[in-house]
Design a protein around this ligand. Structure first.
Ligand SMILES: Nc1ncnc2c1ncn2[C@@H]1O[C@H](COP(=O)(O)OP(=O)(O)OP(=O)(O)O)[C@@H](O)[C@H]1O
Ligand SMILES: [Mg+2]
Ligand SMILES: [Zn+2]
Ligand SMILES: [Zn+2]
Length: 291
């Protein structure tokens, strides 16, 4: 199945009348083998004129022009660059395959087969507002602290915001599971045989400076002096730079107040809006009932 991306991005590198891509120049092809979430594919409205392209789809997408006796951008040039740029942003964001290329419009709000859960709609509305007001200079964006039970859609919603911001505005985003992608990545830099040996500062700076950061599964990390300090430094640095941080957790925010993370708590209170998801485990919808 192909998804027309004209609602998800302002890019218009295709033919304006093309019904397939809505003028974007590429589409999202879903159910691609080896990928759950699909892949971007050049639309035929760009590709059909590109049969002379000597670049064969490889950068820098130029063709030789006889009349001018020089290389000129192929008709596919801008569309391919846009695709490559988006793919690069998605890859750098480290969004897991399951949640890649998912948008606000592709989320199930429950109309079809069960009553929409109010808490999910509140969170979805909040996300919608952040995404649509992002470029408005008068809008002061805020992060969220989204918590709730397993399968309630926290990781999905957080990643949807990243995808939307990438496709709409080309924002530099990053997704990180608190343990695997952040704390362990930093701990690895102390190992002499690690590829990232000695790069602690570099990695920390990357997480601190990216425009929008998702910290997934906040609260699963062990309480330790090292973990608390590294998380405090990260949150504090994003707090000072007024960067947007989206956290997901299985626990309410005030659980951190009394713990070693008290100083993190007070910053998160200011940087984020706490939203609780009360929906049932979505994963169970597809698990046949046992008798
Ligand atoms: N409203 C929804 N529409 C479509 N898919 C959904 C929705 N809610 C959840 N899902 C899907 O259900 C699965 C579980 O959602 P998700 O991974 O976001 O849960 P979670 O709240 O992060 O759970 P955990 O606490 O276990 O990490 C995912 O495959 C997700 O894509
Ligand atoms: Mg999750
Ligand atoms: Zn097209
Ligand atoms: Zn071409």
């Amino acid at each position: 199945m192909k998804m027309n991306l004209s609602e998800a991005t302002a890019i218009r590198e295709g033919s304006p009348q093309c019904k397939n891509c809505g003028g974007v120049g590429f589409t999202l092809v879903e159910n691609v083998r080896g990928s759950r979430s699909g892949a971007l594919s050049l639309c035929f409205c760009v590709g059909s004129d590109c049969n002379k392209c000597e670049s064969k789809g490889q950068a820098p997408y130029l063709v030789f022009d006889q009349s001018q006796n020089r290389m000129l951008p192929c008709v596919c040039h801008n569309a391919r660059l846009s695709v490559r740029n988006l793919e690069q942003l998605v890859e750098n964001a480290n969004i897991p395959a399951r949640y890649r290329f998912q948008f606000l419009s592709t989320i199930d709000l429950g109309e079809s087969n069960h009553d929409p859960d109010l808490s999910f709609i509140v969170a979805h509305d909040w996300a919608n507002e952040l995404v649509h007001n992002w470029a408005d200079p008068a809008f002061v964006p805020q992060g969220f602290y989204l918590w709730g039970g397993t399968g309630s859609g926290k990781t999905l919603l957080a990643c949807v915001i990243l995808n939307e911001l990438i496709f709409r505005y080309g924002v530099k985003c990053k997704y990180a599971k608190v343990n695997k992608d952040f704390l362990s990545a930093i701990r690895d830099t102390y190992q002499t045989d690690s590829e990232t040996h000695g790069q602690e500062r570099f990695i920390e700076r990357e997480f601190a400076n990216v425009d929008v950061l998702v910290i997934d599964d906040f609260g699963v990390q062990k309480e330790s002096e090292f973990n608390n300090r590294k998380l405090y430094d990260l949150i504090d640095s994003r707090y000072e730079q007024e960067k947007i941080t989206l956290l997901t957790s299985n626990h309410p925010l005030d659980e951190w107040r009394e713990r070693g993370q008290g100083r993190i708590y007070s910053r998160l209170m200011e940087m984020t809006k706490e939203i609780q998801l009360k929906c049932p485990d979505y994963r169970m919808k597809f698990t046949p009932e046992r008798v």
